[in-house]
Ligand binder design. Structure first.
Ligand SMILES: Nc1ncnc2c1ncn2[C@@H]1O[C@H](COP(=O)(O)OP(=O)(O)O)[C@@H](O)[C@H]1O
Ligand SMILES: [Mg+2]
Length: 426
């Protein structure tokens, strides 16, 4: 037997949350709409209020029908929706049964099928359904085909679709074809901001605000469908983030290093090869970029191997606890580096999606978790000159046309990406 979920501890809903809760009630002026969309800031109470609304609506209108509950992936759905759903049902004293292997939940005769929108196979199951309603969490991260299919499946009389999301770029299909056309399409649209969640204390709200800058601040905190344009690292400031040796030594006395990593980006044609050494201080207080090797000329494998041996010998002498080196996915070079320096564990870099790396780096800067030593000139310049790729307004990618040093950024990210969670405590 699995442990029973804790009951959800409800606090009073905000005015905006109540609009979302009650929009379909007989007394509501918008009860005849077929669809509701809630967008806006992260943590503004969209998911919880939408879930309560959707469940109450489905119980009030249907006894033995099928429903769709979808998230961007099954993992995200379970974390963000299924878990609170179990807690909410518990709080309402409604018995339910959760079939974990087939991904559905039954409550009072109704069946709620769970979908990860990123899963090709789930589309087949979706196609076979005739549903009375759907709830989509973080919808702007779904493939468009899934959303269209989901809406098409809601064909029972009186069916309604509930969708929420955080903002992305202004020309994203969900913004243009659902939110901008809400009136024409008879969609009830609600925009949430941090203040629409009464359960966040002022200090928690302030902490969120401090965590983001630039386009991330506009999207996640202000809730705007903001374009990513111009500089990427607007939070980077030489006076704050770049340290001298004296400053480092003073800091390290009270906050010693705990271990070190190296990130390596191999130059292809026209780009540089970069190694970046990062030190992590005790309890992940800070990530400090200590040194870089930057080779614009490239690129014979032997030359690079020689540079690697030389550089890492020097680094090892100063900082013996180098626990990992993360390399770009070039198998032959990984092999040759492993041979050359058996005392340093050489691994494949994770290569998280670029938007996640940028967002995490932005947060590291905003929360003063990141320090760059003044000798790391190329990385400093790379932070200052990196710009968004305006040709791809819907994706968060940086311009890569040879004018900006992407290689230093990649190399830095390979060294740090494994520890984003530890550093940011997210
Ligand atoms: N009425 C409420 N009572 C208790 N907790 C709430 C309430 N509304 C929101 N919360 C909590 O606030 C946090 C953020 O809410 P959530 O709905 O997940 O925001 P969003 O979907 O906008 O990111 C969650 O931890 C959620 O449980
Ligand atoms: Mg949410």
């Amino acid at each position: 037997m699995r442990k029973k979920a804790h009951a959800f501890e409800f606090q009073p809903f905000s005015t905006k949350q109540r609009k979302l809760l009650f929009w379909w009630e007989p007394s509501s002026p918008v009860r005849d709409h077929d669809m509701v969309i809630a967008d806006g800031s992260i943590r503004s109470g969209k998911t919880i209020a939408m879930l309560c609304s959707f469940l109450r609506w489905s119980f009030a209108h249907y006894k033995e029908e099928d429903f769709i509950i979808a998230g961007k992936s099954m993992g995200a759905l379970k974390r963000n929706v299924v878990k609170p759903m179990q807690q909410i049902l518990q709080a309402w004293s409604l018995p339910y049964s959760y079939n974990r292997s087939e991904n559905y939940i039954t409550v009072g005769g109704n069946t709620y099928y769970l979908f990860g929108a990123n899963n090709e196979a789930s589309q087949d199951v979706l196609q076979g359904l005739t549903a009375a309603g759907a709830l989509a969490d973080e919808t702007a991260l779904f493939p468009r085909s899934f959303v269209d299919q989901m809406i098409a499946r809601c064909s029972r009389d009186g069916a309604k679709v509930f969708m929420n999301c955080n903002p992305r770029g202004p020309s994203h299909w969900f913004k243009k074809e659902f939110i901008d056309l809400a009136k024409e399409k008879h969609i009830y649209y609600l925009h949430f901001q941090l203040n629409d969640n009464n359960t966040l204390s002022e200090s928690v709200k302030e902490r969120y605000m401090r965590m983001y800058t630039g386009v991330f601040f506009r999207r996640y905190i202000l809730g705007e469908w903001a374009q990513a344009e111009g500089s990427i690292y607007t939070g980077f400031d030489r006076h704050r983030h770049v340290w001298s040796q004296d400053k480092l030594e003073a800091y390290i006395e009270a906050n010693p290093f705990s271990f070190f990593t190296i990130g390596v980006d191999f130059g292809g044609s026209g780009s540089a090869s970069v190694f970046t050494l990062v030190g992590f201080t005790r309890n992940f207080k800070k990530a400090i970029v200590l040194d870089e090797y930057y080779d614009p000329d490239n690129f014979s494998a032997d030359h690079l191997k020689g540079a690697w041996v030389q550089k890492t010998e020097r680094w090892k002498a100063m900082y013996p606890r180098i626990t990992d080196a993360y390399l770009d996915h070039e198998m032959l070079l990984i092999k040759s580096f492993r041979q050359a320096t058996p005392q340093i564990p050489v691994r494949y870099a994770r290569k998280l999606p670029i938007a996640d790396r940028i967002s995490a780096t932005d947060m590291l800067m905003a929360t003063d978790k990141l320090v760059v030593m003044e000798n790391c000139k190329h990385l400093i310049e790379a932070f200052e000159s990196a710009v968004w790729d305006a040709r791809k307004p819907d994706e968060l990618v940086r311009l890569d046309n040879g004018t900006v040093n992407i290689d230093s950024l990649d190399s830095f990210e390979y060294a740090t990406e494994k520890h984003y969670r530890d550093l940011l405590r997210i």
